[in-house]
Design a protein around this ligand. Structure first.
Ligand code: ATP
Length: 424
């Protein structure tokens, strides 16, 4: 079967790497892909928001499965557009994609289905939002309803910050339409963890837990990023709790969606906050997290194509999904300056040397091949991923591998997995 992966990050390289190992694969295409995916298949110059172009390419190239990496094409209707030409899509329909595309939609569904989440109110009037915020105690979390590339969340510690966030989102409209509606919610205190499950509409199969590192600086300081590293499993969420976690965070939603005729097929990702009062869901994503996908694919033993087809066809079963017992750790190497402005075009050396280290795989994110040499083209450049018998070993191998890789102006966090090590 020919398979088309949509997306261009480390997540898509990890998916391409795993999919390319499947005996079910004939030809692999990645749109638009990166320097890493170019080594495994054919990169196609189509953007992830070009739903029409993706569908036309899939039709013209006898694609048997389209895998949506990021959320944007799903929010824009990729699933239905492919369905119209009888091509299966791994990733949910537009209705279900609202779980990620609209925070108000997700929060209302959590409330309706009894998923524990921070107390919240939704506003589409700036005056009402302001009145509410002024009447509540700080800190308070203000979120733009729509997609804002991870920048639409403000944890306001002062009334000035809260008012500024509301003004930016609702009046100045710095996120365009995405901020016309806002969710104002209670700030939770706890430790975050990521929990994902494969879903076929009715059956769900949980994947191992992970912990991501959102901030740019060590000790979780500085600006929010797409994620600077991740490891799996997260000691804060051990395997014996996966079923309970699925019952708390995933099943109420998939059951509800099935009951209203919108069965969820794909990966449902719950961003969790583990608080002293119990576990709360912060957000849903309707696809694999990135970088989380990288340490996860490193651990996946089963055939990913078989799992994806089972999700699409409604034949998912727990025995199809097996993970290696080993722990994995991914350290993101970025360009200095990310997530703000950063240089591009740096030649990257040492990937091969890094991969000589036992159980190390370097996934490429913001890279392109120039005359066969990977050159940086984005903020997050590489996801250096290693397996180990425990978190300490996985982390050690990942950092040894990072030491072998060189490009000008590289930056990475030095404390990936420290939080997990303190618990394990
Ligand atoms: P991303 O795209 O990075 O996943 P997002 O823009 O979809 O993020 P959320 O995941 O809802 O937004 O929030 C981003 C981050 O803000 C969370 O990972 C968490 O660190 C913090 N956060 C969100 N809601 C709360 C809350 N109620 N209390 C405390 N922190 C919160």
């Amino acid at each position: 079967m020919n398979i088309l992966i949509v997306g261009a990050g480390g997540r898509e390289h990890a998916l391409a790497w795993k999919i390319s190992q499947s005996p079910l694969l004939d030809k692999l295409f990645i749109a638009p892909g990166n320097g890493g995916t170019a080594l495994l298949g054919t990169n196609v110059p189509l953007k992830d928001n070009d739903v029409e172009g993706i569908v036309a390419f899939a039709r013209d190239n006898q694609i048997g499965l389209v895998v949506a990496g990021p959320e944007l094409p799903l929010v824009l209707g990729l699933n239905e557009a492919l369905k119209a030409v009888n091509i299966p899509c791994f990733g949910p329909c537009t209705f279900d994609a609202q779980l990620e595309g609209s925070k108000a939609f997700a929060k209302n569904m959590m409330r309706e289905t009894g998923v524990p989440t921070a107390d919240f109110q939704v506003f589409d009037s700036h005056e009402r939002a302001l009145e509410y915020v002024r009447g509540h105690s700080l800190p308070m979390v203000i979120k733009a309803d729509g997609l804002a590339a991870g920048k639409g969340v403000v944890i306001a510690q002062s009334m000035d910050e809260a008012e500024e966030a509301l003004r930016d989102m609702m009046v100045t409209q710095v996120f365009g339409e995405a901020g016309q509606t806002v969710v104002v919610e209670e700030a939770l205190i706890g430790e975050e963890a990521s929990f994902m499950a494969f879903c076929d509409g009715t059956t769900i199969v949980p994947m191992p837990s992970l912990q991501d590192h959102k901030r740019i600086g060590d000790d979780d300081t500085g600006l929010n990023t797409g994620g600077m590293g991740a490891y799996s499993p997260a000691p804060i969420l051990p395997q014996e709790r996966y079923q309970a976690m699925a019952d708390l965070a995933i099943r109420p939603i998939t059951r509800h969606l099935a009951s209203i005729g919108q069965p969820f097929k794909g990966v449902l990702y719950a961003g969790l906050m583990i608080t002293e009062q119990g576990t709360m869901v912060l957000e849903y994503n309707v696809r694999f997290g990135d970088p989380e996908c990288q340490p996860l694919m490193a651990r996946l033993k089963s055939d990913l194509v078989e799992i994806m087809l089972a999700c699409v066809n409604g034949t998912l079963a727990p025995e199809l999904v097996e993970f290696h017992e080993e722990t994995s750790c991914c350290v993101v190497m970025a360009a200095l300056g990310y997530p703000q402005s950063y240089p591009k075009g740096m030649a990257i050396n040492g990937i091969e040397a890094a991969e000589q280290i036992e159980s190390v795989k370097v996934f490429q994110a913001g890279t392109q091949l120039q005359d066969g040499i990977p050159v940086s083209s984005g903020g997050r450049v590489l996801g250096v991923t290693a397996l180990g018998t425990n978190l300490r070993q996985a982390r050690e191998r990942a950092y040894q591998a990072v030491d072998k890789i060189h490009f000008e102006n590289s930056y990475y966090r030095k404390d990936i997995a420290n939080k997990g090590l303190r618990r394990s």
